[in-house]
Design a protein around this ligand. Sequence first.
Ligand SMILES: [Zn+2]
Length: 213
Amino acid sequence: MKFLADHLMQFTNSLDTDLCCLQKSIAALNRRIGWVPKGWVPIYQKMVKSLVSLKDDVHDDATIVGPWIEDAKMEFTSRNLTPVLAGILRKTMQRSLCTCKNCGLPGKLRSFGEEAQQVLCARCFAPWELADQLAKWIPRLQSADFLESESVIVVDDLEPAFLALIPESHWRWLSDGSDGNALPYLLSKDVADLLPELKNLQTLVMEMATADE
Ligand SMILES: [Zn+2]
C-alpha cells in the first residue's frame, strides 16, 4: 500500500497536463478504487502497481478506462495498448474470474436463479445456496396439496444444501430385503414438521447473505 500511496499521489493530485495518456489513466484508475468489490481490491491494486512500475515510454500513448465491474469479472476498455499492457489487463480480468468478489479467497462462477452469476468462494455462496433451497421448499411445505399427497421423498430428490437440514431422526428406513441394506426416505409430512425451524433459518440466512453487500 505504501508503494501505491507514494507513487500515485503525484498522479492523483496533479492536474498537470504534461502527464502522458497512461499516467492520466493510472490516476483515474486510482481514483476509482471505490468501484471495486472488496474481494477484488488486491487484484486491482496489483494491476495498478504493475502499471506504475512500467518505465518504458513505449506505453505512454495507451489509455485504459475502467474498472467495469460485471457480475462475473472485472474488465477495462482501452486504446493503443502495447502487448505488455494487454497482458496486465488480461491477467487482471482472469484473476477476477477465479477470486471471490466478496472476500478474495479462491472462488468460481456461481449461478443465482436463471441469469445472474457471481464469482464467490464456497463459504460466501453457502448462505445464498441455502436461501435458494429454502425459497423453493417453504412454499411447497405450506401447500395443502403437498401434505395430502403423502409423497415419498428420497435422498436424490434433495439438493445437498437442503439435505443437510434434515435431522437424522426424521428419516424412515425401507429394507430392500436382498442384502440387508435399508434405504432412507421421508414422507411429505416429515419434512413439513420442520417448517417452523426452516422459516427461522430462512430469516437468518437472508441476513447472512446480504450482510456483506
Ligand atoms: Zn468468499
